[in-house]
Design a protein around this ligand. Structure first.
Ligand code: PMP
Length: 406
């Protein structure tokens, strides 16, 4: 039997960093192959892509367009031009809100958003609603994150024109039934915008199977570079949409009075693109595919299970979301009675453990759950059982260190 590799060795930062890095849902670490790919772009291919007819520019263009094909296959999109490169999930979602939302929504239309949305998949829709007169409807979840049949039936109806929902919550870690939501939305003629920022790094995504209309993710959470993100959109929808940003690179021709815009995907990629970032993202995807999601998911679930079992035993500590580790996608958010998460994270930091504390850019969800703030540990396949044990031991000591008795 083939020995499983120690993937930590692939990550230069993990090799020299002494803390337990458990803030992967905020941003992941990068393997050397991603760093090397970006470096190689600048060392051997750097020129402005799509502009020059000389070899360097053609090489830059080729890397960029090859990266697009890698993303297409990663998402199983039907067409290469359905993949738009952006800066991050936030920009992808804003692109849809400004371009699709402002053009297609009108007063009285409903936009359904789940209560667990990251601010990046809420504020664009608040803006769209304000500017078009459409109304926001919140799909409220159960304490474990479940969106019930009843909630979906009540929230997705004839008046619904757009549904914006995360595939995985960045606080609860639960996975939403995207296929079912798309089915219901399409029955009433609505489109679905999927925020895949927290799912794309952890599970296979097939946009054709999901029937998602739009889907967004960030490179930096998926072991890729910062500053590169993806928007997938169905070709017929993207084709009919006006550009989001205008300027160079996205035109066929320009006159004093106007312009003819470029075809997809360039219509949505105004200005000089992040070709090095796209090449780095492709390297990250290839690295992930080399390991395979079955192994990634197995490792991450084992770490989550260990953390949840250890933390659940501690008095005065509450884990947010489902009791089942398999429904957490590597995310364990918790509260400790009487201790503010900022203090929790400072104590954990003094023990060499990096976690995130606060409202996690999901203030409506935290308010709805009645907690307002929480501490979040989030795991990646390269974390270790030793790191999780350190987390449990440190969490176990916090109330005592804050002056509480047993
Ligand atoms: N959506 C979710 C669910 C997220 O977790 C995040 C990142 N925390 C975002 C959107 C925004 O990602 P980015 O900052 O890369 O745009």
């Amino acid at each position: 039997m083939q020995m499983k590799r120690d993937y930590r060795e692939d990550f230069p930062l993990l090799m020299q960093n002494e803390t337990a890095y458990l803030d992967n849902a905020a941003t992941a670490q990068r393997p050397a192959c991603v760093i090397e790919r970006e470096k190689a772009f600048y060392e051997t291919e750097n020129a402005n892509p799509m502009r020059g007819f000389y070899p360097l520019s053609l090489a830059a263009t080729e890397s960029y367009e090859e990266a697009r094909k890698t993303v297409r296959d990663f998402l199983n999109a039907a067409h290469t031009e359905e993949i738009i490169f952006t800066r991050n999930t936030t920009e992808s979602l804003n692109l849809v809100a400004y371009s699709y939302g402002l053009t297609n929504l009108k007063p009285g239309d409903e936009i359904a958003v789940s209560i667990m949305e990251h601010h990046s998949n809420l504020l664009p829709w608040q803006m769209t609603a304000r500017m078009t007169g459409a109304k926001l409807h919140f799909l409220e979840c159960e304490q474990d994150g479940t969106l019930t049949e009843e909630t979906l039936t009540k929230g997705i109806h004839e008046g619904t024109k757009l549904v914006a929902v995360a595939q995985v919550s960045n606080v609860l870690g639960c996975q939403n039934p995207i296929e079912e939501i798309c089915k219901r939305a399409h029955e009433v003629g609505a489109v679905v915008v999927v925020d895949a920022a927290q799912s794309a790094p952890h599970m296979p995504i097939d946009v054709q199977k999901l029937e998602a209309d739009f889907l967004a993710f960030s490179g930096h959470k998926l072991l890729g570079p910062m500053g590169i993100g993806v928007l997938y959109g169905k070709r017929e929808l993207l084709d009919a949409m006006p550009p989001f940003l205008t300027g160079g690179e996205m035109i066929e021709s320009v006159t004093r009075e106007g312009a003819v815009f470029a075809e997809l995907p360039h219509k949505f990629e105004a200005g000089t693109v992040n070709a090095a970032g796209a090449a780095g993202l492709a390297a990250a995807i290839e690295y992930i595919q080399g390991i395979g999601f079955p192994e990634i998911m197995e490792k991450e679930e084992a770490l989550t299970r260990q953390a949840m079992e250890g933390i659940a035993k501690l008095p005065h500590v509450k884990i947010l979301g489902s009791e089942r580790p398999e429904n957490h996608t590597g995310i364990v958010a918790f509260t400790i009675e009487g201790v503010h998460p900022h203090d929790v994270s400072e104590i954990l930091s003094s023990d060499g453990i990096d976690v995130r504390a606060g409202h996690h850019c999901a203030q409506p969800l935290l308010a709805y759950l009645g907690d307002n703030v929480a501490t979040r540990a989030s795991f990646m396949f390269y974390n270790t059982p030793e790191e999780v044990e350190r987390l449990i031991q440190s969490v176990a000591s916090i109330r005592r260190r804050m002056g509480y008795g047993e």
